[in-house]
Structures are given as C-alpha cells and as structure tokens.
Design a protein around this ligand. Structure first.
Ligand code: GCU
Length: 665
C-alpha cells in the first residue's frame, strides 16, 4: 500500500513539474509564431466577446484620417464557421504544401465597400448569413494622435478584428459605430477583418420578415479617424426650446484629464465664446441670437466651429423650432402642411443601398420634382449623407427605427436593442434642423406588451431629445377596419350608401405620440381583400371603394395632427389597361387610386401632411408574383430606373396646387 502511495506521489510530482515547465514555456518559451497568434486571438476573443463600440465620434466624414473604401476581398461563409481557431480573423494561410487550408480570402470574391453585397453578386441577392471582409492598410506610428476605426453602418451584426485580435461587436444595421484602436495598430501593414452577418433572430430589430430586401454588408463608408489626444467628440446645438431667442449648445470633449477650455463660434452671427468643461467633459454655451430660421423655402445653414487644444471641428447647422398646436404642426411658429413621400434607402438602377452623394441626389431629386417639402425616410435611419442633403435642399425629414410589425415586445433584450438604435439615430442626426420627427416604429399590432414597449421608446426618445416630435406609423388594424367595413363598405356593396364613412382610429398609441401617423390602403388592400374573400367580384369591390372614397373621414380620439404616413397602390411600368377595368398593377389603376385618395384627403380635417407609399419601386422578398412583381414592391411612383408612372404627375400636380394655395416653397 505504501509503495502505491509513493508511486502516486511521484506521478503527481512529475505531472506538476511538467505542467509548471509547460506554463513557463508557454509564457517565456519560444512558441511558433502562429501558435502565439492563435493564443493571442483566443485571449482577445474571450476578453472582448460582445464588447460594444466606444462612444461615437461625430462628423466623421469631416475629420482627419482616411477612407478605407474600395474593393475588399471577401468570403461567403454560409455556416459562419470562419472564426474557428481564428482562421478568418487572422487570415491564416498555408505555409507549406502539406498545410491543410479550407478558408482563404485570396483569388476569390471581392466586394465594393461601401455597398451591400446583395446587388454585387448574383449568389448573394437573397443571401442571409455571414460574409467575411478583409482589408489591409498602412499606419505610421508616433503621430501622438488617437486613432478610431469608424463604420458608417454594417448590416446587421458586425464583429471587428484588428491584427488578428477581436476588437468588439455591434448590432443594428443602420447606424454608425467606432472602436478606438490607438495602441492596437502596428507600424506598417495592419490587418482589418470584419465579419458581417445579416441573419436576424426573432428578438432582433427588425425581425427577420420585412417587406424590404435584407441587404447585408458594409453598406456605408469605413474610415480611419485621426484625432488629437484631447478632442471634441460630439456636440448638440440648436434654438433653446424654452426661449427661441437664444442659441444653446453642449460640446463634449474626450480625453481631457480635467476641466478643458473649449471655444464655440458662429462667425456669420458674430458669436464666439469660450467655456470650460465639467467633470463629464461637457462645456455648455448660450447666446442671445436671432439667426435666420431654417425652413423648406429658406434652408439657411450656419457654419459652427468648435475648438479645444489643437482640435478644430465644424458643422453646418440650421436653426428652427418645431412644435404641435392642436391638429397643426408648427415650423418656426407657423402651421405647415407636410407634402411628403415615403422612401426606402435604395439608390435605383439596381444599385442597392445608397452609398454616395450622387445616388442620394438622384433619389431626393425625384422627391423634389414631386413637389415635396418632406420625406419619410423609412423604416430605418438612412445614410447621414442623405439627411444632410435633405437639409441643404430644404426637405423636412421623418427618421425612423426599424421597430417594424411584430418585434418581440415582451423581450427586455429587444427593448434594449431598440433603445440603442434610437440613441444612435438621435446621436448622429440631432443637429440636423431638417429632422423634425423621430419615429419609434411602423405598423406594430395593438397589444398590451406593445403598448408598454412603445411607451418606453417614446419616453426614451424624449429624454434623449426633447426638441423634436415623436411619432409612429399606426397600422389601421381590425379595430378600425371591422366597423368601417361592416357599417359602411359592405352595405355600399349592397347599394346602401351612407353620406360619410368614418374610419375611427382607437389605437392607444395615439396618446403617446405627438403626431398621429396612419397607414391606409383604401383602393388597394381593403377592396382587394373584399374581392379576394368573395362576397362580390374584385372589380365591384374596387368600384364601390373608389366611387365612395370621398366619403371616408379618418377620425382620431385625440386633438393631434394627423399624418397619412402611407397610402398607395402598385403599378408595373408598361402594364396598361383601360381605367374602367380597374386592373391591379396597371399604371392607370394606380393613378386612379391616387386621384381618389387625394380627393378624399382634400376633405380630411386636421390633416397635417401625407407621405404616400412610396417614391420608388423597391426590392422585396415578399413580392413573389413572378411575371408582374419579380420580387419588387411596385408601389413606387417611379420605377427603379426612374421611369415615372402616371400617378407621379397626379401627386405632383396636387402638391403644386397646394403649394400655390399655401404660398410656400
Ligand atoms: C406597409 C408597410 C410597408 C410595406 C407597405 C406595402 O404598410 O409599412 O413597409 O411595404 O405596406 O404593403 O407595400
């Protein structure tokens, strides 16, 4: 027995010594480089898994640094296995012919950045999953500067690796984010690898099912930003909501060890002041001032300059007030009618997501030609470039987060993700005078959980930015439709036509928002559904709806401005039929629906604006009528190549006549 214990003790001793030797060797031993890199990678993966980006550096496109735009090697990874042993993040390559390599960035797919992958490769049109992007770049050390890796947006989840180490992750496909990489760069060549995954889980925002194509990729610019050790990270500036005779501003300085001097000037207004940052690095400013007000007829912008230490940053800012008064929306104290159109972030001509100024000019140019003074950028934050261009063009903006249809309203995680997207949207565009409405969602079903969720989002929005209006596009659900159909529409199909057809919106969300926005599809889905269910033919269902649409009145329970945030009908360019045939998807039918809708809205009380659905046909996996739709939603007023449908002129002429009547731009 004693012998046995001696053998065991000796064994333990040997084992202990061996592992000690191994540990020492691990630490100080001369490991093969690639083993060290693997260990390094795994350590970073353990340490930085789920690590969120650093606070956002504003106005990235005006900062010193460089764009990493261009052609990037990429690898489609349907099963998302590339991270195993850090093969993709480290761009591991075979070193000898005997090495087994089953992943490589070389000699394969390349993707343009910025850009979605769906419109760049036929294999990726409907692709949902992981794609790995690789980019090398040179860096010169010793500049004394801090460096940030900034992404305009990556859809949907981005995992970012630098020099074979995990930096962190970002969820949400439509907002900018950045990682500080000071101290993580090498002198000379650096390796950036980004895993982008557009797969969405039920708890995500949006959910996997949307009536738009799930564009994936590094959809907006990627930049290396160089800033001084102490720099102006972000700011908010505008008219004081309590006293519009004053301009108030907050400038946030990053990197200061203590209170720091900051100066803010608006040269064209002869305003300049120096402030001192507080413990949070914030300096506050207030000026008595009377700038020319920004408005669609006068999109006046002022150059605002902020300085701290050796850092100088500037912005082009407009000054205006926006508020509601009863059923009116007031811009600079005056009622304004929003002549709008809803827009998806698609460039046209099959080019996918907008990623250049030229594309943004094309899209907003069409809205301008339509006679718009307002654009509903749906259903998610569009590129900063588009918003800044709208501001220069004098287009008011509705900006929205993709709480679209049925997100997981019960889930705390989903609420946190939605709030994060709200904060990111507001942080990026809060200094844009053009943005007047933050939308917290679209067509969310009326449930208790949804009401709690949306109320929390409205509160979060007002806490982040009390100077703008909050809204959400309401789904005209069965609560409104059923009484409308049973008391007015169905009797009319039987020849009993009542004078006025009230369409009552009882959605409790109306009490939570500032502007009650309603999506309605009289003449398209409602009559289409009746025709489909079959008490009468589709033609009769459409005929009765069209001939009585002027009787419809949308009624709210609250004294709030009403915005019809969606109305419309589909039409395939080139598909024609005599109007009286009421042929769905014919250009004639779409134009007829618009004429009847606008005639109805002419009589609508408390109407503060409309944003018909939609400016341009757009890609959607939901539209499977192959010979007519071909996976395009055809409710555009223009086709993807810009060809105008007759309904375009119907709406334009109505807007021009309204503009003349209102004497505005
Ligand atoms: C909905 C929805 C849109 C959709 C449109 C349509 O109202 O908000 O995202 O594309 O209707 O059905 O065309």
């Amino acid at each position: 027995m004693r012998r046995l214990y001696e053998i065991i003790a000796f064994g333990a001793l040997v084992l202990g010594a061996a592992s000690l030797a191994l540990t020492v060797y691990l630490w100080v031993g001369d490991w093969p480089q690639r083993t060290k890199e693997l260990v390094d990678y795994q350590r970073s993966a353990a340490e930085n898994a789920g690590r969120p980006p650093e606070p956002l550096v504003s106005a990235a496109s005006t900062r010193a640094g460089e764009s990493l735009a261009g052609t990037w090697p990429a690898v489609i990874d349907p099963y998302g296995r590339g991270a195993i042993a850090g093969i993709a993040p480290r761009d591991v390559r075979p070193e000898t012919p005997s090495d087994l390599a089953e992943f490589s960035f070389d000699d394969g797919l390349t993707l343009e950045v910025p850009g979605d992958w769906n419109s760049q490769d036929p294999r990726l049109v409907f692709y949902t999953g992981t794609v790995w992007y690789k980019r090398t770049f040179e860096h010169r050390m010793g500049t004394g500067k801090r460096t940030y890796l900034w992404f305009g947006a990556a859809h949907y989840r981005a995992t970012v690796y630098l020099n074979g180490r995990l930096l962190g992750e970002h969820e949400g496909g439509f907002s900018p984010f950045n990682f500080e990489v000071t101290g993580r760069l090498r002198s000379g060549e650096n390796l950036l690898v980004v895993r982008v995954d557009n797969d969405k889980l039920d708890g995500d925002v949006p959910t996997p099912t949307t009536d738009w194509l799930n564009y994936g990729g590094l959809t907006r610019d990627v930049r290396l930003l160089q800033v001084p050790r102490v720099f102006v990270r972000t700011w908010r500036i505008g008219l004081d909501p309590e006293d519009p005779g004053r301009i108030v501003a907050e400038v946030v300085v990053d990197g200061a060890g203590g209170p720091e001097d900051v100066s803010l000037s608006i040269p064209e207004l002869g305003l300049e002041a120096t402030g001192r940052t507080n413990a949070e690095g914030i300096a506050r400013f207030a000026f008595d001032a009377g700038p020319e007000r920004w408005s669609p007829d006068h999109p006046r912008l002022y150059r605002v300059e902020m300085r701290t230490g050796e850092d100088v940053v500037s912005d082009q800012v407009g000054f205006r007030t926006v508020a509601v008064r009863g059923r009116e929306i007031l811009l600079n104290g005056e009622p304004i009618f929003l002549r709008g159109v809803s827009i998806h972030d698609e460039a046209g001509h099959g080019e996918g997501r907008v990623h250049s100024l030229v594309q943004a000019q094309r899209i907003l140019g069409w809205a301008r030609d339509l006679g718009c003074n307002f654009v509903r950028l749906s259903h998610y934050p569009h590129p900063e470039e588009t918003v800044r261009l709208a501001e220069r063009m004098g287009l008011l903006v509705w900006s929205e987060i993709p709480v679209y249809w049925n997100v997981a309203f019960e889930s705390e995680r989903t609420l946190a993700v939605a709030k994060q997207q709200l904060s990111e949207m507001i942080e990026r565009d809060r200094n844009r005078a053009a943005v007047i409405i933050w939308s917290i969602g679209n067509e969310t079903p009326e449930t208790e959980a949804r009401h709690r969720f949306m109320t929390a989002l409205a509160e979060h929005t007002r806490a982040e930015d009390p100077t703008r209006l909050v809204s959400a596009a309401l789904l005209t659900g069965q609560e409104a439709l059923l009484p409308f159909v049973t008391r007015y529409y169905l009797p009319a199909l039987a020849g009993i036509v009542r004078e006025v057809w009230p369409f009552r919106i009882h959605d409790p969300l109306v009490d939570v928002v500032d502007v009650a926005a309603v999506n309605e599809y009289f003449g398209w889905y409602y009559s289409g559904a009746i025709g489909f269910l079959g008490p009468v033919s589709s033609h009769r269902a459409r005929r009765v709806m069209l001939d009585n649409m002027h009787r419809i009145r949308i009624e709210l329970d609250a004294e709030k401005p009403l915005l019809v945030s969606e109305l419309g009908a589909g039409a395939r360019v080139g598909l024609h039929a005599p109007e009286e045939e009421l042929a769905a998807f014919s250009e004639e039918y779409q134009a007829l629906v618009y004429r009847r809708q606008l005639d109805m809205l002419e009589r609508q009380e408390g109407l503060a604006g409309i944003s018909p659905w939609v400016l341009k046909d757009f890609r959607s996996p939901m539209r499977m009528h192959q010979s007519v739709q071909g996976y395009w939603n055809l409710k555009g007023l223009v086709a993807d190549d810009g060809t105008r449908k007759p309904a375009f002129a119907v709406l334009r002429d109505w807007y021009l006549s309204r503009r003349e009547r209102e004497g505005g731009a």
